[in-house]
Design a binder for this molecule. Structure first.
Ligand SMILES: [Zn+2]
Length: 288
């Protein structure tokens, strides 16, 4: 009798505590934004989170987790919702410390960044998503998620020697990702970390190649004429994807070729750039 009464007494506070804990548990962030949880790319996301955390290493200030139940890290939610744009692939909502990955847009991201024809180069989906997630850990570390930077005129010096990327939150988040990859891709690191970083170095090179070769081949005439639509930023939100990948590729490769590709692109952004002749002979504008 006695022992069962004790057990009963003990049970009440425990159950009350559990109830309280249950009530205090915040509802999942996606609900606040009218989003629901996606499932299509869940396996890809889990692999991408594992790659991201491997590269960030155990001492990173910001790491990621797939669910709230894991002890440590910012939660990454795979979300769906009609209000999300087709190119809103991945972002940190304003004022939150979690990451949303747009389940419905990911196939579009693969189509844009990974190769799908001719001489283009393929990028595994989990590596593309890991690159995006590393970028988001930059926003989380800088506490600037959800905010966009207006397009800015960037000189080559801004994006190379000085890596003075303060003009753009997006480039700053990219720089965070590149620093993590470079740190992981140094001899002496644990082999899984080193190999995961090597995969992403190759993924950045392949994506840069895909974007630049499409501009050179698919948009041959527009590129030769320095059509600004190829070189300027995507609306008011993000710096041009090709520019961003050329910067990241140059930071990782540091070769004369990676610098020349970047320099050529930055020159193409200057509205005063002299259009090149399509036929390789001096154009009328060159003559003056
Ligand atoms: Zn961003």
């Amino acid at each position: 009798m006695h022992s069962s009464r004790c057990a009963k007494r003990a049970f009440i506070p425990i159950s009350a505590a559990l109830l309280l804990f249950g009530c205090a548990r915040p509802r999942p962030v996606p609900e606040k934004y009218g989003l629901h949880i996606g499932t299509t790319h869940r396996a890809v996301l889990q692999r991408a989170i594992a790659i991201t955390n491997t590269i960030l290493g155990p001492s990173a200030v910001v790491t990621l987790r797939a669910t709230d139940r894991e002890r440590r890290g910012a939660t990454v939610y795979l979300v769906r919702g009609a209000q999300l744009g087709d190119t809103e692939y991945c972002f940190v909502p304003q004022g939150e410390s979690c990451v949303f990955v747009n389940d419905a847009a990911f196939d579009g991201a693969m189509h844009l960044f990974s190769g799908h024809a001719g001489s283009e180069l393929s990028v595994p989906p989990e590596q593309l998503l890991a690159l995006m997630l590393l970028h988001e850990t930059g926003h989380l570390a800088n506490h600037d998620g959800g905010s966009y930077t207006p397009p800015s005129r960037l000189a080559l010096d801004d994006v190379t020697a000085t890596m003075n990327v303060d003009k753009s939150r997006e480039l700053r988040a990219d720089a965070h990702a590149i620093r993590a990859i470079r740190e992981a891709f140094t001899p002496g690191q644990p082999m899984p970390r080193f190999l995961a970083a090597g995969d992403l170095v190759r993924a950045v090179a392949n994506i840069s190649w895909n974007l630049s070769s499409r501009r050179a081949i698919d948009d041959f005439a527009a590129n030769a004429l320095r059509d600004q639509r190829l070189f300027l930023d995507e609306g008011y939100t993000h710096p041009n994807f090709e520019l961003r990948f050329l910067i990241m590729n140059d930071q990782l490769q540091s070769t004369p070729e990676s610098r020349a590709l970047l320099a050529d692109f930055v020159a193409g952004r200057q509205s005063t750039a002299t259009p090149k002749s399509l036929l390789g002979i001096p154009s009328l504008m060159d003559a003056h």
